[in-house]
Design a binder for this molecule. Structure first.
Ligand SMILES: Cc1cc2nc3c(=O)[nH]c(=O)nc-3n(C[C@H](O)[C@H](O)[C@H](O)COP(=O)(O)OP(=O)(O)OC[C@H]3O[C@@H](n4cnc5c(N)ncnc54)[C@H](O)[C@@H]3O)c2cc1C
Length: 307
């Protein structure tokens, strides 16, 4: 299959990391291709992105549309709505990106900005309606919008459950931990939480009762209900299929938690392959952090081209 076009850098993923890198690389006069999957982005359920200075409260769609309007103004970065299905080393040391629309692009370097996938719970009725509104994954993103409500902290780890005592006081004075049946050290943590005016409730959650995504009660497998207005629920995450494939085919190194290992300049273990944004970190996820990482990657890509 002949490459359809050649670029300095192919950027895989058009979220905050990928688009910030695209803007910086455009201004460095690199020829870039941004390949963005047609699937809804990770934060599609968000009603407004918060903590993004200059764009506070804009929807994810607005943020991306605005970024593309800015990029299009330069007329240098190309956009393709497709999924990069594979990435292979070309004979000349560059990369061949194989896309879901059947095209292939060649580039000297590649930036992975594919984000992560939240593994949302199956079998909890009402979860999808509440996700991003009254079921939130991160208090920094949506705590303000859920302030002064009764909170439940979804926890399957005793040390995390213990945080219900005081870690979220900035937003709610009524936070209790909700744990699966039989969690380790449950009695000890319950006693500690009760001493601090909180509690631990164990049970398998089967249904969220809500009005148009606004939670009012949690229902457990035994039919009991607990009044709660907000759940802090951080589901497990996994890498997108492309990253798993690269770990196998190009020996892309992942850390012990499955995030792509990068140095400060966002180089991965594969020469010429960079990574920025959520796929590289469990703890520094967020739109601004991803954008900052994208900018750092662009700087490194620029200096690598000059070398
Ligand atoms: C419900 C919700 C609300 C949130 N609210 C906030 C908030 O208010 N403030 C905040 O700072 N953060 C918020 N976040 C987190 C924030 O969305 C992420 O941290 C941020 O989007 C990460 O940016 P990124 O560029 O690394 O990845 P993403 O934004 O996830 O972008 C990656 C893109 O890559 C695409 N992609 C993946 N694989 C491929 C492939 N093989 N080929 C082509 N494209 C591919 C994906 O479709 C995706 O669009 C929220 C997250 C969620 C889930």
């Amino acid at each position: 299959m002949a490459p359809t076009a050649q670029y300095d850098t192919v950027i895989v993923g058009g979220g905050p990391a990928g688009l910030t890198a695209a803007l910086a690389l455009t201004r460095y006069r690199h020829r870039t291709l941004v390949v963005e999957s047609p699937a809804p982005p990770r934060n599609a359920a968000s009603r407004g992105v918060h903590g993004m200075i200059g764009l506070e409260g804009a929807t994810p769609v607005e943020v991306r549309a605005r970024a593309w309007a800015e990029l299009d103004g330069y007329g240098l970065a190309e956009r393709r709505e497709a999924t990069v299905e594979d990435l292979a080393r070309a004979d000349d040391g560059g990369f061949r990106a194989v896309m879901s629309d059947g095209t292939v692009a060649w580039s000297r370097t590649v930036l992975l900005a594919t984000g992560v996938t939240d593994v949302l719970p199956e079998g909890v009725a009402g979860f999808a309606e509440c996700w991003g509104r009254s079921v939130i994954h991160c208090p920094f993103c949506a705590g303000w919008e859920n302030a002064e409500r009764t909170w439940g902290l979804i926890a399957d780890d005793p040390d995390y459950a213990a945080l219900a005592a005081d870690a979220f006081r900035a937003w709610s004075a009524d936070v209790i931990a909700l744990a699966p049946p039989g969690m380790d050290r449950a009695a000890e943590i319950r006693a500690r939480l009760r001493g601090a005016g909180s509690d631990l409730v164990e049970g398998e959650i089967t249904r969220l009762h809500h009005h148009d995504g606004d939670l009012y009660a949690v229902e457990f497998a035994d039919g009991t209900r607990l009044a709660r207005q907000t759940l802090l629920w951080s589901p497990p995450q996994r890498q997108v299929p492309l990253v798993a494939r690269l770990a196998e085919n190009l020996a892309l190194a992942l850390d012990e938690d499955g995030f792509v290992s990068v140095g400060p300049d966002k180089r991965t273990s594969v020469p010429g392959l960079y990574a920025a944004g959520d796929l590289t970190t469990a703890w520094e996820q967020g739109a601004m952090s991803a954008a900052g990482a994208g900018a750092a990657a662009a700087d490194a890509l620029h200096f690598a081209r000059r070398a």
